[in-house]
Each structure stands twice: as structure tokens, then as C-alpha cells.
Ligand binder design. Structure first.
Ligand code: IDP
Ligand code: MG
Length: 154
């Protein structure tokens, strides 16, 4: 399994409130990615500031922290071949308006500040591991085989 990587994904408060957890989980399951951890939780300010630390000082930072801590989120870890890049491609661009139809943000969102989902960035190597360890303990990451794995990979 060493050629497979893991990525951190989160349905943001707008996605939870709009009843989109199932839709979003389905897309990753259907793609063949494997769910290895999941947690329904409300993020506190410390965790939010650390998670979005790269954006500290930007004009949208305070609003982003307030939004992400305002209501529950669904945090997950997904595993698969090139998972970090595949999930970013499925997610679309940061702005839903720039996201193609067929992508999660392009199908389910309209506004930059309410873009439904977070996923680790393949252009920021190591962000996946950093984000996974911020949200999950090692023993919460489950190691198992999906029954269809033999048909998903050559
Ligand atoms: P990403 O979520 O596509 O990785 P980032 O640039 O890392 O995008 O920004 C993190 C989050 O901050 C975005 O998903 C979005 O919710 C919010 N954000 C980014 N830029 C803006 C902005 O200009 N106005 C409002 N919110 C923003
Ligand atoms: Mg980002």
C-alpha cells in the first residue's frame, strides 16, 4: 500500500447544514477511495487557527475562522492512489465560480466563502500528513482492505 497516499478532507459547516455529507462521501466512495477515518465534530478556535495558519494576516482570515468554528464539520481521511491530487481535482477550484461542472464545488457551491469542502493541497507537500495528525490520533486511522480493491488497481 506504500504507493497509496492519504488526504485530509472536511465537509465544512455550510455543507453539513445543507445536508451534503452523504453526497460528498458517496463521490469519494464511488471513485474507489477508501475511508480510513471520520469524525463529526465542532472545531475550536485554536484548532481552526492552526489548520488555517498559512492564511493568518489575510483579510478573510478572521471570517474564515469564525465560519469554520460556527457549526459542526465532518472530518475524514481518504486513502488511494494519488489521493491528495485526485481529491483536489474532484473538489474543483477554491472559488466555486471557477470550478467546472462535475466538480464538488462546481456542482454544490456558488460563493468563495461558502465552498462546502476542504481538502489537503497537493501543491503544498506534507500538508496532508500535517492536517491528518492535527485532527486524528494515529489509532483512529483504520487499516483494512476494501472488498473491491482487486478491481480498482491493476
Ligand atoms: P482551498 O480551500 O481551495 O485550499 P485556500 O486558498 O487554502 O483554498 O483558502 C482556504 C479557504 O479560505 C477557502 O476554501 C475559502 O473558504 C477561504 N478563502 C480563501 N480565499 C478567500 C477570499 O478571498 N475570501 C473569502 N474566503 C476565502
Ligand atoms: Mg488550501
Amino acid at each position: 500500500m506504500s504507493e497509496h497516499d492519504r488526504t485530509f478532507v472536511m465537509v465544512k459547516p455550510d455543507g453539513v447544514q445543507r445536508g451534503l455529507i452523504g453526497e460528498i462521501v458517496s463521490r469519494f466512495e464511488d471513485r474507489g477511495l477508501k475511508l480510513v477515518a471520520g469524525k463529526f465534530m465542532q472545531i475550536d478556535r485554536d484548532l481552526a487557527e492552526e489548520h488555517y495558519g498559512e492564511h493568518e494576516g489575510k483579510p478573510f482570515f478572521e471570517g474564515l475562522v469564525e465560519f469554520i468554528t460556527s457549526d459542526p464539520v465532518f472530518a475524514m481521511v481518504w486513502e488511494g492512489k494519488d489521493a491528495v491530487r485526485q481529491v483536489r481535482n474532484m473538489m474543483g477550484e477554491t472559488d466555486p465560480a471557477e470550478s467546472p461542472p462535475g466538480s464538488i464545488r462546481g456542482d454544490l457551491g456558488l460563493d468563495l466563502g461558502r465552498n462546502v469542502i476542504h481538502a489537503s493541497d497537493h501543491e503544498d507537500p506534507g500538508s496532508n500528513e500535517r492536517e491528518i495528525s492535527l485532527f486524528f490520533d494515529e489509532d483512529e486511522l483504520l487499516d483494512y482492505e476494501r472488498v473491491d480493491e482487486g478491481w480498482l488497481y491493476e
